[in-house]
Design a binder for this molecule. Structure first.
Ligand code: THU
Length: 130
């Protein structure tokens, strides 16, 4: 499965759509993610905050969990839509890297056409492995 420009845009749209369901009453920083599996299917995630702040789950990890629960193990790309086209946090990079390399597309929640694209292996070299 190749990541075409059209597919990248689809992924960003899915992430932006999911973002509407973000549960971020504390930070008000809403994040949506969409993960494209090698099967061609897309899996979305949003940040899920908690009154006990440290229990918050990032959008990327929710998307990974959803995809893995559906039997997916190979990923082509993840799109993340957040204010300022925020890059994925270190913990989410490690969780994504568990399943190999993939493209990371970051888009601003307001102007979704401005994309930042980088390979995960560039964002997180020398990942932890057991
Ligand atoms: N957040 C994500 O969803 N993904 C990241 O990669 C970094 C941060 C969320 C967690 C929290 O709900 C909010 O953004 C502010 O940190």
């Amino acid at each position: 499965m190749k990541l075409t420009a059209a597919r990248a845009q689809q992924l960003v749209s899915a992430a932006a759509g999911a973002r509407r369901h973000a549960h971020a009453p504390y930070s008000k920083f809403r994040v949506g993610a969409a993960l494209l599996a090698a099967s061609g299917k897309m899996y979305t995630g949003v940040n899920v905050e908690n009154a006990s702040y440290g229990l918050t789950i990032c959008a990327e990890r929710v998307a990974v969990g959803s995809a893995v629960a559906a039997g997916e193990r190979q990923f082509v790309a993840i799109a993340i839509v957040a204010p300022g086209a925020a890059m994925p946090c270190g913990a989410c990079r490690q969780v994504l890297a568990e399943f190999g390399d993939c493209a990371v597309i970051c888009a601003d929640a307001k102007d979704r056409r401005q994309l930042r694209l980088e390979m995960l292996s560039v964002l997180l070299p020398h990942i932890f492995r057991l």
